[in-house]
Ligand binder design. Structure first.
Ligand code: ACO
Length: 453
């Protein structure tokens, strides 16, 4: 199995069957992404009517390709796909990504069965059909018709929805979120989430797996792989189709059998999988996991220059199961060095509106050093006496020194946006509101608790 998925993510050669001569067509854009994202292996466009596309020599059919083909990306009308699978089998190809729609998702089950029968006979694993492709940033493989310049990172994103997946790829670029992989699984006629989990579990470039799921094909196998994976790296699932009508919509979208939602929730919990409520939350958590700092327990220190945000964060912590504990006297004495008389060294640590980056530095350094503290949430409200950029630099400085997790919230105007961009660029989990910083920290704590069960 791993061999076939190695061919998907680390191919030495890729054929694009249905590479088009015309910009704007799917087969053209995939070829262009592959070339321009910087893939270094051999690229073989296949098109019966072309000799060259984008300056790359073209072959009229798969059998004409001179070398071996590790991975084939197939973008031709559905009914022509099965015979191409036979040709690829003759070439010894181990994996194919079938972009084409028009299979079981529109009731055309026979065609899909024919495709899979031929693939099994030929020893080829299939991703799809009905997908937008596969991206793996460590090998600079962008075989999708999504955005080209995806930021490299540590999140593997598996999506059953195509359009949503493509849209999110673009959004991660704007949000400065790095991805190790994007896999569009579509109809999951062969390779499914369980197969991918077993591969990403071993993949050193992936630190967290995020799945947008409408349904699973083989629940038992998924849970088995998930259980093994969550022992070593977290899995975040956004499972859509909760309501009756949502389930029906999922079934006509990707042909999924969506089971009772409570069963999914209970099974995820047992397997140590974190279930997110929405996309924002799923990525918020994934960003925190990408930082690779894990709490030993749930004792949190909130450090802030704003009383109000401190109170809001305290409420959220309590609801999320984080303990805003009363710091021991020695730590309180330390905190007091960095605040005026009227500050508060009780948790939340209120450095007051007079605080500059120096006070944040002192208080945050004291917190990461003290053994009673498991994790730190830093909250900053923009004031005229402090410089958001310097605050962000201090947060990064402490984050770099710390093996305890830190999440941050910065609230304010244009300079705060710049400061947050700096933190994101440097992999520090920062969010525009307190609840999100708390929720991300709580996800880290929950994963640590569940994996040790
Ligand atoms: N081998 C190699 N090339 C071939 C073959 C073949 N057997 N047959 C045709 N071609 C060539 C064609 O000549 C054409 O080249 P040209 O554009 O230079 O003339 C190219 O392959 C494409 O073939 P077309 O018949 O023009 O097909 P078209 O590009 O219009 O559509 C496609 C193919 C994209 C696979 C379409 O059938 C399809 O399924 N579209 C939906 C894809 C999709 O949305 N997938 C899900 C993604 S997720 C989401 O929802 C976003």
């Amino acid at each position: 199995m791993n061999d076939a998925l190695n061919s998907v993510f680390r191919p030495k050669s890729v054929a694009i069957v249905g590479a088009s001569r015309f910009p704007g067509k799917i087969g053209y854009e995939i070829l262009r992404n592959l070339k321009e994202y910087g893939y270094k292996g051999k690229i073989y466009p296949v098109n019966p009517a072309a000799d060259k596309i984008l300056g790359i020599k073209c072959y009229h059919n798969v059998l004409e390709v001179p070398g071996s083909i590790d991975l084939a990306i197939i973008s031709i009308p559905a009914k022509f796909v099965p015979p191409v699978i036979d040709q690829l089998a003759e070439k010894g190809t181990k994996a194919a990504v079938v972009i084409s729609s028009g299979f079981s998702e529109v009731g055309n089950r026979e065609l899909e069965e024919d495709l899979i029968r031929r693939a099994r006979r030929g020893g080829i694993r299939i991703i799809g059909p009905n997908v937008f492709g596969v991206l793996y940033s460590p090998t600079r493989l962008n075989a999708t018709f999504g955005p080209r310049d995806v930021r490299p990172g540590k999140i593997a994103f598996i999506t059953q929805s195509g359009a949503l997946g493509i849209a999110l790829m673009g959004w991660t670029v704007t949000e400065k979120i790095g991805l190790s992989a994007v896999v569009s699984v579509g109809n999951k006629a062969d390779v499914d989430d369980a197969d991918l989990l077993s591969w990403f579990r071993e993949d050193e470039n992936t630190k967290v797996v995020l799945i947008y799921m409408e349904g699973v094909v083989d629940g038992r196998r998924f849970l088995k792989e998930a259980r093994l994976t969550t022992k070593v790296k977290p899995i975040i699932v956004l499972k859509a189709g909760r309501s009756k009508k949502g389930m029906a919509a999922a079934s006509s979208h990707t042909g999924s059998m969506a089971g009772a939602d409570v069963v999914y929730s209970a099974s995820f919990k047992q397997a140590g999988v974190l279930r997110a409520e929405n996309l924002e939350q799923a990525f918020d958590w994934a960003i925190a996991f990408s930082a690779e700092r894990f709490p030993k327990g749930n004792k949190v220190v909130i450090i802030t220059n704003g009383g109000g945000v401190g109170v809001m964060a305290t409420d959220s912590c309590e609801a999320a199961g984080l303990e805003v504990f009363d710091p021991p006297e020695d730590l309180k004495r330390e905190f007091k060095k960095y605040m005026p008389e009227f500050g508060s060294a009780k948790n939340p640590i209120d450095l007051t509106g007079m605080a500059t980056h120096e006070e944040f530095r002192g208080a945050m350094r004291s917190a990461i050093k003290h053994k009673a503290v498991d994790c730190i949430i830093a909250l900053y409200c923009e004031t005229a006496v402090s410089d958001p950029i310097k605050i962000a630099e201090v947060i990064k400085e402490v984050f770099d020194l710390s093996n305890k997790p830190i999440t941050a919230t910065m609230i304010g105007g244009e300079r705060v946006n710049e400061a947050m961009a700096f933190l994101k660029e440097n992999g520090v989990p920062v969010y525009p509101d307190t609840e999100r910083a708390v929720s991300a920290m709580a996800a880290l704590v929950r994963w640590m608790e569940r994996r040790s069960l």
